[in-house]
Design a protein around this ligand. Structure first.
Ligand code: CS2
Length: 485
């Protein structure tokens, strides 16, 4: 017998946490671009808490620019879905009501513009992944070689990408005399708000300099640090959600108990009381962002490449390998040493990260984290490496991580999931030696910061690790590196 879909809250089984408000009583105030599992496990949960605590018209219209999967999952369920919080203590199910519906795929673009320009829309938030923005890391300008940016600069009235959609919507709002919205970047980018502001202003300037001035004066782009480890859903996720709620839920997700959101309190048109769900509003997010990007995400990237090449499918398997776990700890310590002073107990933060990575109930694939290395390495590995150089600290853990990425790129080049996969294959085509491979990958445009490229000890350390990784098997290199510590 096929089970009925989750469509209303009344018959959801006892024992499941339900929204502390009536979803249909609340209008929309947020348009969210990029409705993946992470948004459903993070911002949508804080919004659910804020709606329960303070009410308001803050429900979320989700947008998925390419795939219609989330719309097919959520729309037949009136936006309802289950979050399974998994830990060694068991699984805690909760049904969320903060998403009102999803607009998806290229056919929905006119409705997306309608949503972005609705008077009630006060915030446009984003989790579109690092590669979707099309903003140059070195200059902060719109990257005209990015396909969506190039398309949207040619067709500013029919945009399909992030910058084009935001700028078109803001143009319509300005012309209609509507207030602006806040643009809230929730992706793992360094200084994500300032970065998106800079790319948006540059994009707007290329179309209409007056519009760029209006955006600069009226739109805010708070930076945020977001954190919750959320693996891709599996058949088991859906099965467990169904058992918990009594309904079939194709939009169910699973995540860890830990959640953190630090937000720069700079909203142009109001905001939900996300602090009621535990979010922290601060003046300056940058130190928190650096801490998380370098310690959590940096260690994640290192362990994803090294762990995957050692045959570890999940992060928890990496942590079960004593040698790899030692390297994870070393990486976090080196990353912590590069941070500015923070009112955070860094040792406790590191200990928490280690136990989060060890969570046996979370099946977080190393292959998932290993995707998009050319987007992830700059803020996670290269930026702290440069700071370590400036402070005279040990760069070896960062060089090891870069070499692990290179080894992964060489070994998996035919199936590499990376927006620069073609460039990587072309760079590797005629290279056979560690030094040649390292040089070719360092030379990828806009990837390794020039100061790091030109730093001879860095280059030597990366090439030496790469050489060892190419000559011996990864487990041997990991073992000898860990044992030498
Ligand atoms: C991970 C992140 O896939 C990745 O690159 O490092 O998605 C990580 O799980 C989250 O940032 C945790 O908040």
């Amino acid at each position: 017998m096929t089970q009925a879909r989750l469509t209303d809250l009344s018959a959801v089984k006892d024992g499941v946490i339900k929204p502390g408000y009536t979803p249909a009583d609340h209008g929309n105030g947020i348009v969210h671009l990029g409705l993946g599992a992470f948004h459903r496990a993070h911002q949508a949960v804080y919004t659910d808490d804020a709606l329960a605590a303070s009410g308001g018209d803050w429900r979320i219209i989700g947008v998925s620019l390419r795939s219609t999967t989330s719309a097919d999952q959520l729309n037949p369920q009136n936006g309802l879905y289950t979050v399974l919080e998994r830990s060694s203590a068991g699984t805690k199910p909760r049904v969320l009501g903060s998403i009102s519906g999803v607009l998806a795929g290229p056919a929905a673009l006119p409705q997306v513009i309608e949503a972005l320009t609705a008077e009630g829309t006060k915030i446009v938030s984003l989790t579109v992944t690092e590669k979707a923005y099309g903003i140059r890391r070195d200059t902060g300008e719109a990257d005209t070689s990015h396909p969506a940016v190039a398309h949207d600069l040619e067709n500013p009235d029919a945009p399909t990408g992030v910058l084009g959609l935001i700028v078109k919507a803001l143009r319509i709002r300005r012309d209609a005399g509507l207030p602006a919205f806040t643009v809230l970047c929730c992706d793992n980018l360094a200084e994500n708000g300032a970065h998106l502001r800079s790319g948006t202003l540059d994009f707007a300037k290329r179309i209409d300099p007056n519009l760029a001035e209006w955006i600069a004066a009226n739109v805010t782009f708070p930076s945020t640090m977001v954190d919750r480890i959320t693996p891709a859903s599996t058949a088991q996720t859906l099965e467990d959600a169904q058992a918990a709620t009594g309904f079939s839920d194709l939009a169910a997700i699973e995540t860890e108990p830990f959640s953190q959101w630090v937000i720069e309190d700079d909203f142009t048109n109001g905001r939900p009381d996300w602090d009621k769900g535990g979010a922290l509003f601060v003046q300056d997010v940058v130190p928190y962002e650096m801490m998380k990007l370098r310690m959590l995400n940096g260690a994640h990237s290192m362990l994803a490449y090294a762990g995957n090449l050692c045959g570890c499918t999940y992060v928890r398997d990496v942590m079960d390998n004593a040698d790899l776990a030692k390297l994870v700890d070393r990486h976090m310590r080196a990353a912590a040493a590069t941070l500015p002073d923070l009112e955070v107990d860094i040792d406790a933060y590191r200990a928490d990260l280690i136990s989060r990575f060890e969570n046996k109930s979370i099946a977080h694939e190393t292959a998932q984290i290993a995707q998009d290395g050319t987007e992830k390495l700059p803020p996670r590995i290269f930026a702290p490496a440069l700071d370590a150089i400036a402070k005279g600290q040990d760069i070896d853990p960062f060089a090891f991580a870069a070499a692990a990425w290179m080894t992964f790129a060489v070994e998996k080049q035919n199936t590499l999931q990376d927006p620069r996969a073609d460039d990587i294959r072309a760079a590797l085509a005629n290279e056979t030696t560690a030094e040649g491979i390292s040089n070719a990958l360092h030379a990828l445009s806009g990837f390794v910061p020039s100061d790091l490229q030109g730093h001879a000890p860095w280059r030597a350390a990366v090439a030496a690790h790469l050489q060892a990784m190419m000559q011996q098997s990864l487990p041997n290199v990991v073992a000898s590196t860990a044992r030498a510590l």
